[in-house]
Structure formats: structure tokens, C-alpha cells
Write a protein that binds this ligand. Structure first.
Ligand SMILES: NC(=O)c1ccc[n+]([C@@H]2O[C@H](COP(=O)([O-])OP(=O)(O)OC[C@H]3O[C@@H](n4cnc5c(N)ncnc54)[C@H](O)[C@@H]3O)[C@@H](O)[C@H]2O)c1
Length: 303
């Protein structure tokens, strides 16, 4: 009886990479002709996968897109507002083309608020590549602080439109293609620690609210899409120096020490410190992770 349960449990959750860890050790013990080799990096490999990344013209989106390319993705399609990609994107695309792993970084212009355009563009990617495996919804905006009791309707709506509704439209566009090809997939919604904590002295009622909604969006979509093997998680960074945060920090230099002192590591994060976690979430190394919020904040939320 116990062994029947064990067999059923094994069949339910067989790794696409074959036996790993203890199972691989037992297989090698039973069959001495098997030469053991490390497999942990195979689990992180994104060989031949196809991805879309919103807000991928710069900042965290572009940083994460490069990581996916380095992990072996066939193509990572970044999109953002400008008609033409930035210089930093062009340099990154050239860098990826020289990695020697046949990975491609691509760019197209689209506004995350345009649901029909996103669905169409990502469907075209599906038609061309015949698969869609990974989505990183990184586009977002942060507005200057305005007191919550005075917060204007149009600014609040704009922030929610991009940071929440636009994230849904991006995830939908990718998820529809993942469902179409039936191979499952991984959708990573870039939220923020500001979705679950509120910073003393710089509460942003629109940003905090829009990001909190993304945490629940990830859980809700994960529950609906699990049976299609489409995983949905949110990734919540702490303070990282990018153009978004530079808008505050460069104008108020004293904030650097202040924000750095707000986490136990005593510094801001670097954009590249999200490379590992996004690759993990995108890959087969995280196949049992869905509906979770992964906080990468230097411990900011622990205080
Ligand atoms: N930098 C941080 O400290 C930090 C912390 C937590 C969360 N985040 C989140 O990470 C994500 C990336 O932020 P970043 O720091 O790289 O900022 P960023 O401003 O450098 O990048 C955001 C990108 O989103 C794009 N974008 C904005 N509105 C768009 C729209 N309507 N359609 C398409 N693209 C649009 C921008 O053009 C820009 O390229 C955001 O969602 C942000 O809220 C950042």
C-alpha cells in the first residue's frame, strides 16, 4: 500500500530532467554504469525557452532579460514605451549576440495599458517561435509623493493603470500563449516590498496600493492556472538604484544613507542582484513554486 502511494506520488511529480538528488544517487547505486554528474545547473538552464519582458528597455526589466539570455533562452522579447530602444538596450542586445549561446534579445514598442495590442503582439511571437515559456511583467511607474488625503484622482488612476492593470494585461498576453502551446510556463509579476510594507517618511499611497494588488493578482492567477502548469509568482524587490529611484535619490542625496540604513545589510541593492532569483523563478529549478511572493529587499521587511 505504502509503495503504491509512493509510486503514484512519483508519477504525479516526475521531474522533466529525470532523477535528481537522492533519486539520482539511488539510480547510480543500482546501475554502476551510470556516471554521476552535477545536475543542479541543468535545472536553472533556460535552453530554447522564449520570454517576454515588459519595461525591458532599461532598469530591472532589461537586467532580468539579460539574465534569461545568459541562462540560454532562445529569445527574450522586451517591450517598452519608446518606439526605438535605448542605447543601453542596443548595447545589451549586442552583448547577448556575442555570448555564443545563440540567445537573442528583441525589442518592440507597446504600452502595457493597451490590452488588445499586447495580446496581438505576443500572439505574433507565439506564431513565430511556436512557444512561449516565460513572462516578466516589470513595467512600472512611481510618482512624486502627495499626501494621501489630497491624492488626485487622475494620478492615482494612472499609477494603478500601469502598475496593476498593465501587469494583468502583460500576464494575460503571455498566459494565453502558454495555454495555447500546452507546455506550461512561468509568469513573474514584478511587485515591490512596498506592496506589503509601508516606508516611514515616504509612503506612496498609489504605488503601495498598486503593488499590493499585484501580490494578490499573482496568487489569484496561480490558483486558476495551476492545472495548465502555468506558474504565477510575484517578485518584490527592496530599494535598488535605477532611473525610477534616481528620480528621488539624485534630487535628495541625503536619502541614500537613509534608505541604505533601512535594511540590515546597510546598502541599496544592485539591479544584477535579481539575476539569480528571476532565473530560478523562470526555470525548472522552481517547478513547485507558484502563488508566492519572493521578497528580495536586503532584509528591509524584516525590521
Ligand atoms: N528600483 C527599485 O528600487 C524598485 C523596487 C521595487 C520594485 N520595483 C519595480 O521594478 C519595476 C522596474 O522598475 P525600475 O526600477 O527598473 O524602473 P525604471 O523606471 O528604470 O523602469 C521601468 C520601465 O517601465 C517602462 N514603462 C512605464 N510605463 C510603461 C507602460 N505604460 N508601458 C510599457 N512600459 C512602461 C518605463 O518606460 C521603464 O523603461 C517596476 O515595476 C518597479 O515598480 C523597483
Amino acid at each position: 500500500m505504502a509503495s503504491e502511494v509512493r509510486q503514484r506520488a512519483k508519477a504525479q511529480s516526475a521531474s522533466p530532467l529525470g532523477p535528481l538528488g537522492i533519486e539520482a544517487a539511488l539510480e547510480a547505486k543500482a546501475n554502476p554504469s551510470i556516471q554521476p554528474r552535477p545536475k543542479i545547473f541543468d535545472e536553472f538552464a533556460l535552453t530554447d525557452r522564449v520570454a517576454v519582458v515588459s519595461g525591458g528597455n532599461r532598469g530591472l526589466g532589461l537586467e532580468m532579460a539579460i539574465a534569461l539570455c545568459e541562462a540560454g533562452a532562445r529569445a527574450v522579447y522586451c517591450f517598452d514605451l519608446p518606439e526605438e530602444p535605448s542605447e543601453v538596450f542596443v548595447a545589451s542586445r549586442e552583448y547577448v549576440s556575442k555570448l555564443g549561446n545563440d540567445s537573442r534579445l528583441e525589442y518592440f514598442a507597446a504600452d502595457v495599458c493597451d490590452q488588445q495590442l499586447l495580446w496581438k503582439k505576443v500572439e505574433e511571437i507565439g506564431d513565430k517561435e511556436q512557444r512561449l515559456d516565460i513572462c516578466v511583467a516589470a513595467a512600472g511607474i512611481l510618482k512624486p509623493h502627495i499626501e494621501c488625503l489630497e491624492y488626485p484622482a487622475d494620478v492615482f488612476r494612472e499609477v494603478v493603470e500601469v502598475n496593476t492593470t498593465g501587469v494583468l494585461f502583460t500576464a494575460q498576453a503571455a498566459g494565453r500563449q502558454m495555454a495555447r502551446f500546452g507546455r506550461g510556463g512561468s509568469i513573474i509579476l514584478i511587485a515591490s516590498m512596498s506592496g506589503s510594507i509601508t516606508n516611514r517618511d515616504h509612503a506612496w499611497v498609489s504605488y503601495n496600493s498598486s503593488k499590493a494588488a499585484v501580490l494578490q493578482m499573482a496568487r489569484s492567477m496561480a490558483c486558476e492556472l495551476g492545472e495548465k502548469r502555468i506558474r504565477v509568482n510575484s517578485l518584490s524587490p527592496g530599494h535598488i538604484y535605477t532611473q525610477m529611484t534616481a528620480a528621488y535619490l539624485d534630487k535628495q542625496p541625503h536619502l541614500l544613507d537613509k534608505w541604505s540604513g533601512m535594511n540590515p545589510l546597510g546598502r541599496l541593492g544592485r539591479p544584477d542582484e535579481l539575476r539569480g532569483v528571476v532565473t530560478w523563478l523562470a526555470s525548472d529549478a522552481s517547478t513547485f513554486c507558484t502563488g508566492s511572493d519572493i521578497i528580495v529587499s536586503g532584509g528591509h521587511h524584516s525590521w
